[in-house]
Design a protein. Structure first.
Length: 74
């Protein structure tokens, strides 16, 4: 049976082998690429936040383990 540290080490090694950075070095990063990261989204991709409270989630305050079964007060 593998020890925990060996198991973690093997997992991290396999993950790092799957990662392929592009660009591979900081020197290869172009100013245009950095600028693109900070450009605003187009209006259709921007997050739409409703101005009223109609879509808010109800807040549940747990008083006991069974309070999830209690009806939500309105």
């Amino acid at each position: 049976m593998l020890s925990l540290s060996l198991s973690l080490s093997l997992s991290l090694t396999s993950i790092s082998m799957m990662l392929q950075w592009n660009p591979t070095t900081l020197e290869e990063v172009k100013n245009e690429d950095i600028d693109r990261v900070f450009q605003p989204f187009s209006s259709e991709r921007e997050l739409q936040v409703p101005s009223d409270d109609s879509n808010r989630w109800a807040v549940i305050h747990l008083k006991s383990p069974t309070s999830l079964m209690d009806p939500i007060p309105r």
